[in-house]
Design a protein around this ligand. Structure first.
Ligand code: CUA
Length: 316
């Protein structure tokens, strides 16, 4: 039922292959911590080895020195050094944005409501993906509609919780173009593991073109099948939850579908964006994502679901 999932190149979700300035700093901190842990481990192994090779008579003073030195002084020094190194990183990770455009992301069980907020214009809503201009620092404004979620794109930056009733912030600065995977990093219910998303880092000019296209209203259906799908979409009540800008469908509960065909995945990083996967999702969403809020549309016949899928897939 999973529909094969979405394939990605290696490194697309990796803290040790950073593609953003925040992730790069975190990676350096990570390697220092690995080095520290390795040193401690080596020390313990050496001590254990000496203990087995050189039996000595009991010496209380020597034992006390070892316990205080190795058990209190050394960990205090190592942890203090790591703290001194890590604390100054925080303001750098929250450096001010370089573009006035902000992105509001709301965590919902189990998907991401994404709104691009241009400084001079209406918000542009999409879902389950971020597109970012390479080389710019862009501010994400995070909140939650239900429980605590956490937004994390390991390749690009740090992890920030999304807390109901509170606004948190994250600044991302991608340095490499490409596609990366993000994941909800806070257990948020039965389908927490199926709450993913994709990030496409683009050259700034391509990003501007993409955002302009996303701001436009939905394209009118062009084929007879898609036209039939558009009718069914409204008749069967899909518009009560979903919005397709420029049509009578104006629901706000579920994801905005105005440009669904252009999305990088379906169902928050779970299914490839194909008409077949879309039809499968409509029929049995709960089999793909347990406890999902979307009801199954298994009362429709196959060709009706295929028509709706053709309509939505054409919304580029
Ligand atoms: Cu949302 Cu875990």
């Amino acid at each position: 039922m999973r529909g094969g999932g979405v394939m990605l190149p290696p490194g697309a979700q990796s803290i040790i292959e950073p593609a953003g300035s925040g992730a790069a700093q975190i990676a350096v901190l990570f390697w220092w911590m690995v080095a520290g842990a390795l040193l401690v481990w080596l020390g313990v192994v050496v001590l254990a080895f000496i203990a087995t090779r050189e039996p000595r008579p009991d010496d209380a003073r020597r034992a006390r020195r070892l316990i205080i030195g190795g058990g209190a002084v050394l960990p205090t020094l190592v942890l203090a050094a790591l703290l001194v190194y890590a604390l100054p990183l925080m303001p750098v990770l929250r450096a001010p944005a370089t573009v006035p455009l902000k992105i509001a992301v709301t965590g919902e069980q189990w998907w991401w409501r994404v709104r691009y907020l241009p400084p001079d214009g209406a918000p542009i809503e999409l879902a389950n993906e971020l597109r970012l201009p390479r080389g710019e620092r862009i501010e994400l404004v995070l909140d939650s509609a239900d429980v605590i979620h956490s937004l994390w794109v390991p390749s690009i930056g740090g992890k920030v919780d999304m807390i109901p009733g509170r606004t948190t912030r994250l600044v991302l600065e991608p340095t490499v173009t490409g596609r990366f995977r993000g994941q909800c990093a806070e257990f948020c219910g039965s389908s927490h593991a199926l709450m993913a998303f994709f990030v496409e880092v683009m050259e700034p000019s391509a990003f501007d073109d993409w955002l302009r296209a996303q701001a436009a209203q939905a394209a009118a259906p062009q084929t007879p099948l898609a036209r039939r799908g558009a009718q069914l979409f409204l008749q069967k009540g899909c518009g009560a939850c979903h919005r397709v800008r420029g049509t009578a469908a104006d629901g706000r509960f579920g994801p905005d579908l105005t440009h669904l065909g252009s999305r990088l995945s379906l169902a928050a990083g779970v299914l490839p964006n194909t008409p077949q996967a879309l039809a499968q999702w409509m029929a049995h969403p709960g089999a793909i994502k347990p406890d999902v809020r979307m009801p199954p549309f298994d009362m429709l016949v196959d060709h009706e679901r295929a028509a709706i899928a053709a309509y939505l897939h054409a919304l580029q």
